[in-house]
Design a protein. Structure first.
Ligand code: C2E
Ligand code: MG
Ligand code: MG
Length: 768
């Protein structure tokens, strides 16, 4: 019996040493206090081992000391472990802890006095298993020891109990296990203490308690807690989750899965059946799989992605599986909505520019056998619709135009809104008869029920001959064609040709060169003589020429329309006016009587105060204002007539002579003519050429000349090419003449030579 327990104790000691060492290596926070606890539990067992083995009093007494001091150490480390295991901050309860530590320390100290005073215990010899066994005889000090140890022990028990009650039930388990072991060990121990049975078998309970503490503190994982947590997570995730056992019987589904298959979780047998009814293919077998499926149709279509995962054990044997179904209908619908919004114009519902260009690019690239055309639609004066009728009316026009394009397009056409009032269409060239489109466009009206509003659409078309160019360039070309007719009212369609592109390039080139051309004096005035009815040169018209170093001699029609479009005409005119003043100032003698007429573009008025600029020049060169004649055209009066009239008045009041150029070529208003502050009426040569072979026109010409004299104006006919014309005009009473019959426009020096020759003739003629 004694040997048996000696072996048991020895085994327990070895186990506790091992646990203590393993605890020391553990990195968990509770590990240190666990290792102290394991080692401290060894001490009383060692004491009992000595008691069991010893047969003499001294050794037994030593065993008893070891046992009692071990019990104190054990109570000490149990309390320390309790604080750590139950997460009780030591610092917060420092004073209470000190009381426990002090009581246990005093108890240990009192044992040191026992050999001298014998206050704690004595030894008595009894016989166990037939050999002497020394048993303890407790005195007062021993009672104190029991009180001290029980105090520490019950404090630890109390802490465990409180903790177990307070924490959520799922966590209580780890406290209750240790708590009950401690109570069990405590009872067993008490039994031996108070029954005074010679061999203390409760050491086994103590060791078991230490081993359980070791396991629960360092290795126990609350699987139920994990289960609960995982189940909680799985039940709340947005996917539908189904768990199946090894036989593919459904064992658990989460809340979303319940909704998906419209079943309660207590009716799991029907899950498989429901799933099979919903989805076409629920991949069988032992493999993981995933698939995307569409369920339902039309507005009820839903999009699911399904994933099945096989769960295996450590030997890769299937123990179950789970199915994860994600309903991403909302994502897909949102994506489709976003895609639609990104690719479609909000107002008209047509493709946006970027999307249209992509679609066209793709179409042209894949369909190489078809020849396509690009059409650029523009609404004439759309800005005016917005300004006059408001944005809502403007929007309405855009929607109507978009609908018109939609209705008149075929399935294989692509169209979209490519700007404010611009629309683009790409169509196979052979699907359109332009004459029919032209006819439809001429009849295009928007009706609001009572009033029909004619909308003028101009369309530029580019037949895609070069498929390698960017779609935006194709549209630029179609746009270019459209701009060529933008001021027309009866033509709706223009087709791009390379000349248009060359013209644009030409315009860009000369616009870039203008500034340096003026600096380099490549831009020069040519002078065309103006003669009176006796054939004498009395002045000249300054006509601009560009002596281009590479392009050669450039007449005004090659660049004036371009500069009129981009506003650079103001620079040209200002420069020519300065040259005219310079020339006039340089003339002396007979030539001092000559005048120069300068042209003023209607566009000049947008960029400067024409009167102020000219008057400044005249003052700068100190010339008589009546030597610089001002040529304006009828179009000047078409906008802001009142202020233009006021300006002409200012010219005249300041001594300038104002001429109406190209009279008869535009929309002249005879009514306006009578109020206009003019000196000279310049009659257009085209008007004259028509008059030659047309009796009616001759009558008109005669009457215009009479009208001119009746209004007190001088008349000047330009473009006189023949002697007959000159004679006829003279007879009709025309005062001044200009034309190739007399001289073509010429350089200033040639003009000066011509004038000098005329003066010489005049001087010599009296002698002859
Ligand atoms: P315009 O002011 O009516 O000038 C008269 C045009 O008629 C000149 O053409 C002149 O060369 C041409 N011409 C004169 N006599 C005859 C003739 O007997 N037969 C024919 N067929 N033509 C004749 P040009 O120099 O080519 O100028 C054309 C137009 O360019 C001018 O018409 C004028 O509107 C504009 N222009 C010329 N120089 C300037 C300028 O410095 N500034 C502005 N703003 N416009 C200018
Ligand atoms: Mg002129
Ligand atoms: Mg003219």
């Amino acid at each position: 019996m004694r040997l048996f327990f000696a072996i048991i104790y020895s085994v327990l000691i070895i186990l506790l040493v091992l646990c203590g060492m393993i605890s020391r290596r553990s990195k968990r926070t509770v590990a240190t206090s666990v290792s102290y606890l394991e080692f401290s539990f060894i001490v009383p067992i060692v004491g009992n081992l000595i008691l069991v083995l010893s047969q003499n009093e001294l050794l037994s007494t030593l065993g008893s000391y070891t046992y009692f001091i071990g019990m104190d150490l054990m109570a000490f480390s149990l309390f320390d472990f309790t604080l750590s295991y139950c997460n009780i901050p030591w610092r917060a309860h420092r004073k209470k802890c000190y009381v426990i530590y002090a009581i246990l320390t005093l108890d240990i100290i009192q044992y040191f006095f026992n050999p001298f005073f014998g206050q704690a215990f004595g030894m008595e010899a009894i016989t166990v298993d037939g050999s002497p066994y020394y048993r303890l005889v407790p005195y007062f000090g021993q009672t104190c020891h029991r009180i001290a140890v029980y105090f520490a022990f019950f404090t630890s028990l109390g802490i465990f109990l409180l903790k177990a009650i307070r924490v959520p039930r799922i966590y209580a388990e780890k406290y209750y296990v240790i708590l009950f072991t401690m109570i069990f060990a405590g009872f067993w121990q008490s039994y031996y203490i108070f029954s005074r049975t010679p061999i203390d078998r409760s050491m086994v309970a103590l060791a078991v308690c230490a081993l359980l503490i070791f396991y629960f503190s360092l290795f126990y994982r609350p699987f139920r807690l994990l289960d609960r947590m995982l189940a909680n997570i799985a039940s709340k995730i947005p996917e539908s989750v189904f768990f199946f056992d090894a036989n593919d019987r459904c064992i658990w589904i989460n809340r979303n899965a319940e909704k998906l298959v419209e079943l309660q979780s207590d009716n799991l047998d029907r899950v498989q059946h429901r799933l099979q009814a919903m989805f076409d293919d629920l991949g069988e077998g032992e493999d993981n799989w995933s698939t995307k499926q569409q369920v339902g149709s039309g507005k009820n279509t839903r999009f699911y992605s399904l994933e099945r995962h096989i769960v295996t054990d450590s030997r890769s044997k299937k123990i179950g599986s789970f199915l994860n179904i994600h309903d991403h209908t909302e994502d897909i619908l949102n994506h489709q909505r976003e895609m639609y919004e990104a690719t479609h114009d909000k107002l008209t519902g047509l493709f946006t520019k970027e999307h249209l260009f992509n679609v066209i690019k793709h179409r042209i690239a894949i369909d190489k056998d078809t020849s396509y055309s690009i059409a650029y639609f523009d609404i004439k004066d759309f800005k005016m619709v917005n300004d006059i009728f408001g944005n809502t009316a403007g929007d309405n026009v855009l929607v109507r135009v978009a609908n018109w394009i939609k209705e008149n397009s075929r399935d294989n056409w692509s169209y979209g809104r490519i700007g404010g009032d611009a629309f683009g269409v790409c169509f196979p060239t052979d699907t359109v008869r332009l004459a029919i489109v032209e006819d439809k466009l001429s009849k295009f009206v928007i009706s609001n029920g009572t009033i029909d509003q004619h909308i003028l659409l101009h369309v530029g078309i580019y037949h895609v001959t070069d498929t390698s160019i960017d779609v935006s360039i194709m549209f630029d070309r179609a746009h270019l064609a459209q701009t060529s007719i933008k001021n027309e009212y009866n033509t709706h369609i223009a087709i791009y040709d390379d000349k248009m592109r060359d013209q644009v390039l030409w315009g860009q080139k000369i616009s870039a060169e203008l500034e340096s051309a003026i600096d380099q004096r490549e831009i020069v005035p040519y002078l065309q003589p103006i003669v009176d009815n006796k054939g004498n040169i009395i002045g000249a018209e300054a006509l601009v020429r560009w002596l281009h170093p590479k392009e050669g001699f450039l007449p005004p029609f090659t660049f004036i329309p371009i500069f009129e479009k981009n506003g650079m005409i103001a620079d040209v005119d200002l420069y020519i006016w300065r040259c005219a003043c310079e020339i006039l100032a340089s003339w002396t003698g007979e030539k001092e009587k000559l005048f120069i007429s300068v042209n003023i573009s209607p566009k000049d008025f947008y960029f400067m105060d024409v009167f102020a600029e000219i008057d400044k020049l005249v003052n700068e060169f100190k010339i008589n204002p009546n030597r610089l004649r001002i040529e304006i055209t009828e179009t000047v009066m078409m906008t802001d007539a009142e202020s233009r009239m006021a300006m002409l008045k200012r010219f005249r009041e300041n001594g300038y002579i104002v001429e109406m150029d190209d009279f008869g070529s535009g929309y002249s208003s005879l009514n306006q003519l009578k109020d206009m502050p003019l000196d000279v009426l310049k009659i257009d040569m085209k008007f004259l050429s028509k008059a030659e072979d047309n009796m009616k026109a001759e009558t008109i010409l005669r009457n215009v000349l009479r009208l001119s004299s009746d209004l007190g104006l001088f008349s000047l006919t330009e473009g006189v090419e023949t002697e007959d014309q000159y004679n006829m005009l003279s007879q009709m009473g025309c005062n001044l003449f200009q034309g190739y019959y007399f001289a073509k426009p010429m350089s200033v020096s040639d003009y000066e030579k011509l004038c000098d020759a005329q003066s010489l003739n005049k001087k010599s003629s009296p002698r002859t």
